[in-house]
Design a protein around this ligand. Structure first.
Ligand code: CTP
Length: 403
């Protein structure tokens, strides 16, 4: 999954010949599951039609401060457009538009939106080589970068004038890759490795039966997805579940039993920065696993159970600099039990969910958690979707790493 998936892209087109390439740019963003709105300067419509861009972006194209629809004049709110966007991309950015941006000129919708946008702004210059080299253009480029805008440098090659030199707009594929790389490099978990356990474990009784539990794996998978979206390289060790997760930053390892989860967790723990153990691991397993299917021989059947290894506690015992997070699912004296687990298992934080809270725990899509850190400071959150809960948990972890 691309970092651009789900992102809101405001593509602003000024009047250069490279505008014809923006059809492809819109397609690339849409293919990566981004949402695109397009603003055009009036003159750019000579190079590519709004109809092409609205068809590809599946959104109306904005060009004037107001538009006519069914005889009603509609105000195109540039402030709203700027607030809507996760980032604005000005491509092609002509010498004229760059100069106006650098000087605060505001005589079209694109410029008004640029001036009011609070999101990151990327710009891809495109012009003839001598214009690109001119000191006034250089000044504009420098000023914009001093404002915090991000330049996607022009490349060298044959230009519309027939001359060869620097000034060609970067190719759409390269613009997209540039933005992806830039966004990834700024993610808070960039460079971090995260281990997550998820789902239930199954403890075999015989070749066809097992002891399991109702864990869906949703919480662990949401944590893995969100950690990857924040730039982390995630190892997701999952018990049997039908959860799906396709993300280039997630390495999924499927296990069945507590012992397999233990072995996998210890294989990866040494190299990670953060470990979040959200799996509902069986506390006991059958002492002896029957090699043949057990037959109905009598009215009662006794299965002797023996404890499994506590993965979380075993990692707590060997941890060095890893930030170790456990989960506690409790039914009574919740805070007291969770704090006791936090200390006994040598954790940096524990996520408590109480089965007394409606919508919290195992098989639901929602959860309600309290996060307790190693200084026993508590932070309670509302009932939320597991995706939102995962975001809260990771935000707390990131803030603790920065302390
Ligand atoms: N856990 C684990 N390995 C186990 C059992 C639990 O890693 N064999 C982890 C879970 O993933 C969770 C935390 O320990 O992060 C809490 O599990 P829980 O079963 O509530 O804790 P226990 O210490 O087993 O306490 P109890 O069952 O008595 O409440």
């Amino acid at each position: 999954m691309s970092v651009l998936s789900g992102k809101k892209v405001l593509l602003a087109i000024s009047a250069g010949i490279a505008a014809y390439k923006t059809a492809n740019l819109v397609r690339l963003f849409i293919k990566l599951d981004a949402e695109v709105q397009v603003i055009m300067t009036p003159a750019s419509k000579d190079f590519i039609t709004p109809l092409t861009l609205s068809s590809l972006s599946k959104n109306p194209v904005h060009s004037n401060f107001y538009s006519k629809e069914d005889e009603n004049e509609l105000w195109n709110n540039h402030v709203e457009l700027g607030l809507w966007a996760d980032f604005m991309l000005i491509a092609p950015a002509t010498a004229n538009t760059l100069s106006k941006m650098a000087n605060g000129t505001c005589n079209n919708l694109l410029l008004a939106t640029y001036l009011s946008a609070k999101c990151p702004v990327y710009f891809a210059p495109a012009m003839d080589l001598d214009m690109y080299k001119h000191p006034s253009t250089k000044q504009s480029l420098q000023k914009l970068q001093d404002f915090g805008n991000i330049i996607i440098p022009a490349t060298s090659g044959e230009l519309a004038s027939g001359l060869v030199g620097e000034g060609r707009m970067a190719e759409p594929e390269d613009i997209v890759t540039f933005i992806e790389n830039d966004m990834v490099s700024k993610l808070p978990l960039k460079g971090k490795k995260v281990l997550i356990t998820a789902g239930p474990t199954y403890e075999a009784i015989d070749p066809v039966r097992f002891i399991g539990n109702h864990s869906s794996g949703k919480m662990g998978f949401a944590l893995a997805r969100e950690a990857a979206n924040l730039g982390a390289k995630v190892t997701l060790i999952s018990g049997p579940t039908n959860q799906q997760l396709k993300h280039s930053f997630v390495n999924r390892i499927d296990v069945v039993s507590a012992q397999e989860m233990y072995t996998a967790a210890h294989t990866y723990f040494k190299e990670v920065h953060i470990a979040i153990l959200s799996a509902a691991v069986a506390d006991y397993k059958p002492k002896n696993v029957a090699s043949q299917k057990i037959k109905k021989a009598s009215n009662t059947l006794h299965i002797e159970l023996t404890p499994t290894k506590d993965i979380l506690a075993s990692l707590g015992a060997i941890k060095k600099n890893q930030f170790l997070v456990g989960f506690a699912l409790e039914t009574n004296n919740e805070l007291e039990h969770a704090k006791e687990k936090l200390q006994r298992k040598n954790l940096d934080a524990i996520v408590l969910n109480s089965l007394q809270d409606k919508g919290a725990g195992f098989a639901t899509d929602t959860n309600k958690v309290t996060i307790i850190d190693k200084y026993l400071k508590e932070q309670s959150f509302q009932l939320k979707s597991k995706t939102e809960v995962a975001k809260d948990i990771l935000e707390v972890i990131i803030s603790k790493l920065e302390q």
